[in-house]
Design a protein around this ligand. Structure first.
Ligand code: SF4
Length: 314
């Protein structure tokens, strides 16, 4: 599978089949916490990077073997809405299945009416909003030139007015950066203008190759939940874990997921162990075998080992 990966399990989306529409890494931003490493060359022009029919065919094949999906989620190696034709794909997927469709995006292109329109058939859209001020937006998201905080905010507001599905704004809370009272108060004011259905607070639990990012303290996390709750219900997602039980080629499935984001070694071990509950030694043997494939590196993050894909390191 070239475009489809998972399913990945998370509190927010349950069992979710990922669809990646982009060549790595294609993004309008260069976030300081990005798990994919530095954006070496910004992409801001929308394109049909891969033939839409090929992507749809993979989704069709995946639906035949995955019968326990809660969501089909467009997400991947950069900014999802750079794919021109995502609206066509969403419409076609909805002809294939009643499983709801979600789109994870940084939201930077929502200021464009044609981009907003492509999302109207999605059941949920999860754009990012990490800052309530121009200064923090520039510091955290580090956008391509020409993309401004005002544009981002107005794009989100316009989308909210037009879109009838679920709008769940994702806020990445970074220790010492946007977890201060001032930053959170700025954020809540913008969220009050946007009026999302929910706010999903996420944490930098995965390693960022470019620089070390701190987790917020428990006290700051609680404060963030209290302040942001003034604008919308705040969900604090638990860490997801993989489900490999329906995969035919486990190494390929793991490669597909790890190439989209680093995976905690313990999460990987559990996902493999769930496939062979009667054979604990087999899990250890497979971990060794998969690592020996040469596709992965091991990195430490907050004292935990993670697997990352070799090409994304550095
Ligand atoms: S975190 Fe997402 S939006 Fe930010 S640079 Fe990475 S891929 Fe782009």
């Amino acid at each position: 599978m070239k475009y489809v990966f998972g399913p990945v399990s998370s509190k927010r989306l349950g069992q979710s089949l990922g669809v990646d529409l982009l060549p790595p890494k294609s993004c309008t931003w260069n976030c300081m916490y990005c798990q994919l490493g530095k954006t070496r060359k910004f992409v801001t022009d929308r394109q049909e990077f891969f033939p839409r029919e090929d992507i749809l065919e993979e989704i069709r094949e995946s639906l035949k073997v995955n019968d326990r999906l809660d969501w089909i989620t467009f997400v991947g190696s950069g900014e999802t809405l750079l794919y021109k034709g995502i609206g066509w794909l969403i419409t076609e997927v909805k002809k294939l299945t009643t499983i709801p469709v979600a789109v994870i995006t940084n939201g930077s292109l929502l200021y464009l009416p044609e981009v907003r329109e492509e999302l109207f058939q999605a059941d949920a859209v999860l754009p990012s909003l990490n800052a309530g001020s121009e200064v923090l937006y520039e510091l955290i998201d580090r956008p391509a030139s020409g993309l401004t905080f005002l544009q981002h905010k107005e794009g989100l507001k316009a989308f909210r007015r037009e879109y009838k599905g679920r709008l769940w704004i994702e806020v990445m809370l970074l220790g010492g950066i946007n977890d201060t009272d001032e930053a959170l108060n700025d954020l809540v004011h913008v969220l009050e203008e946007i009026k999302p259905d929910m706010v999903h607070l996420v944490l930098p639990t995965r390693p960022a190759p470019e620089q070390e990012i701190r987790l917020p303290s428990d006290e700051r996390l609680e404060k963030a939940i209290a302040i942001l709750s003034q604008a919308a219900m705040v969900v604090h997602p638990l860490k997801g874990n993989m489900d490999l039980r329906n995969t035919h080629d486990m190494l390929e499935a793991i490669t597909g997921i790890v190439s989209r984001h680093p995976v905690q070694q313990s999460e990987l071990h559990k996902a493999i162990a769930d496939c062979f509950p009667e054979e604990p030694k087999k899990t250890d043997d497979l971990m060794v075998e998969f690592f020996a494939s040469g596709r992965f590196n091991r990195v430490e993050h907050h004292g935990e080992p993670y697997w990352v894909i070799k090409d994304s390191v550095g």
